[in-house]
Design a protein around this ligand. Structure first.
Ligand code: HEM
Length: 286
């Protein structure tokens, strides 16, 4: 069995000409790489030591399997394995984390929706942990997730490259230019959403996305459009529903006076000063 190789490519002479922030970013990149490789090695060791008979069939297991593929045409390099892990971690963690934070903020302000959501969660799950049957019944929670994705979607723009000259309506786009489709602008366009566009109104989505957007696919696409559409969409919404249900079962949330509203797009849409809310346990002694 191949033991995970080192991908590091450091050279002490780098320190003579590289600026400090570049050296620091390289150090961090190496640390992330080492961290992923340690996790991979742990998986490999379990098989080598006879504690497991396969690398597993979760996402990491599939990648480690591909890394050990006997056919070198199908084999994944360690560099690609690490890159896949980084992509899924960043694409999956930052986005869902941000979405949950914005939902908690909005529910702390709109206590009527918080109450409706909690009622639904208790009706569906009682005080039990969420299960997959119940997850598909969460209508109010789904509406809240969509409306939060519209107002504070984690990704604000969609980068695209124009491969060949194309006409879009009156606009002629030449080949080989880079475009940023301003998703947030469309999600906040009063012509598409009405004059109350800036208000949190989950009821817009009461009859689903198609009705809310008047059957216009370009009015709402928090997970992108086309063949590069987000592969993690179902996972992300399920994860959000589970986490939110568990929070609502246990806590009521109110906005802290310390909160200062300042969403800033730093890769994903982030609250510049954090989100200060007050959680109060719904169960005595919990
Ligand atoms: C609220 C959560 C999320 C949002 C809003 C979101 C949004 C997006 C968007 C807008 C894209 C680009 C799509 C395009 O170019 O058309 C994308 C791509 C991607 N997302 Fe997500 N995402 C979320 C969660 C996740 C999760 C949980 C995962 C993985 C577990 C994930 C994995 C990916 C990957 C791998 C891509 C690249 C797909 C490709 O280029 O083929 N995302 N996501």
């Amino acid at each position: 069995m191949t033991i995970v190789p080192s991908l590091r490519n450091s050279n002490s002479s780098d320190q003579l000409w590289k600026p400090a922030d570049l050296l620091e970013s390289e150090r961090l990149a190496n640390e992330i790489q080492d961290c992923v490789m340690k996790i991979v090695k742990k998986r490999e060791d379990r098989v080598v030591n006879g504690e497991a008979d396969s690398f597993g069939n979760d996402f990491l297991g599939l990648l480690v399997n591909a890394y050990h593929d006997l056919d070198d045409k199908n084999r994944l390099s360690m560099e690609d394995l690490v890159a896949e892990c980084k992509t899924f971690y960043v694409a999956g963690q930052e986005t869902v984390n941000g979405l949950l934070a914005w939902i908690v903020l909005l529910l702390s302000i709109h206590e009527d929706w918080q109450e409706k959501a909690r009622r639904e969660v208790i009706e569906v799950f009682g005080n039990q942990n969420p299960d997959s049957d119940g997850i598909s019944k969460l209508k109010i929670i789904t509406m809240i997730i969509y409306e939060t994705l519209r107002l504070y979607g984690p990704t604000t723009g969609l980068p695209r490259r124009v491969a060949r000259k194309v006409q879009v309506g009156k606009l002629v786009l030449p080949a080989n230019i880079n475009l940023l489709i301003a998703k947030a602008a469309l999600h906040h366009d009063p012509q598409l959403w009405g004059d109350d566009v800036h208000l949190f109104k989950p009821e817009r989505f009461a009859d689903g996305i198609a009705k809310a957007t008047n059957y216009n696919a370009a009015a709402f696409f928090p997970f992108g459009l086309g063949p590069r559409f987000c592969v993690g969409m179902t996972f992300a919404t399920t994860e959000t529903k589970i986490a939110l249900s568990m929070i609502l079962q246990r806590y009521s949330v109110t906005l802290s006076p310390a909160y200062v509203h300042s969403p800033v797009p730093i890769i994903t849409l982030k609250p510049e000063h954090g989100i200060q809310v007050i959680f109060e346990s719904l169960h005595n002694g919990a």
